[in-house]
Design a binder for this molecule. Structure first.
Ligand code: GLN
Length: 194
């Protein structure tokens, strides 16, 4: 099983290391053609405006929408979650507009720009250590969204079928259970597509 990490900006090598801990192969994706060789895709954190611009420049918007249309799973973390969202709070336009959520950028305010905490994630047995860096949160969800984590009453992890999104950086700790959760989604989609 091969999982790609969109390598336009952000924490790519860390995601690849976490993917490899699950036993899957992790590959950086720099050109749209490379999407053909992977069964799932992670869009990493970074700066969503920059990632969105680079995605437009290199043809990734259409290519990743087509990838999702084939039922292949996508996992957006932090800025990657913003890029996946149908709506961004304020008047900013969306990027991929795939997942039926409204996200608010930099939602934790100056005082809490970066912090760590333990989170209960539905489907994972024990709490997961989460690193938040100028993180977004999910303000609104559509009817098909399954909320997987609340942090202080705010939604910070959600799933819609083969799409997964979280506000934090699961690649910055040794705990790879959220990557394992995503690898299981990819495996399920491969059996479903046989
Ligand atoms: N603040 C960034 C944005 O709005 C996201 C930060 C991150 O990915 N760590 O795009």
């Amino acid at each position: 099983m091969r999982i790609g990490v969109l390598a336009l900006q952000g924490a790519v090598t860390e995601h690849i290391a976490s993917i490899e801990k699950t036993g899957a192969q992790g590959l950086p994706i720099k050109r749209v053609e490379e999407l053909d060789g992977v069964d799932g895709l992670i869009i990493p954190g970074g700066e969503s405006t920059t990632i969105g611009k680079l995605m437009r420049k290199y043809g990734f918007i259409e290519a990743i929408r087509a990838f999702a249309d084939q039922g292949k799973p996508i996992f957006g973390t932090c800025a990657g979650m913003i890029v996946l969202a149908k709506r961004i709070a304020g008047d900013e336009a969306g990027h991929l507009e795939l997942m039926d959520i409204t996200v608010a950028r930099n939602a934790f305010g100056r005082q809490r720009e970066s912090f760590e905490c333990d989170l209960e994630i539905k489907g994972i047995a024990d709490p997961v250590r989460a690193v938040f860096i100028r993180a977004p949160l999910i303000e609104e969800v559509g009817p098909d969204i399954e909320v997987l984590t609340l942090y202080k009453d705010e939604i910070v992890t959600a799933r819609q079928g083969h799409l997964l999104a979280c506000s934090f950086h699961p690649e910055l700790t040794d705990d790879y259970r959220l990557h394992q959760y995503f690898a299981d989604m990819v495996e399920d989609s491969m059996t479903a597509n046989l």
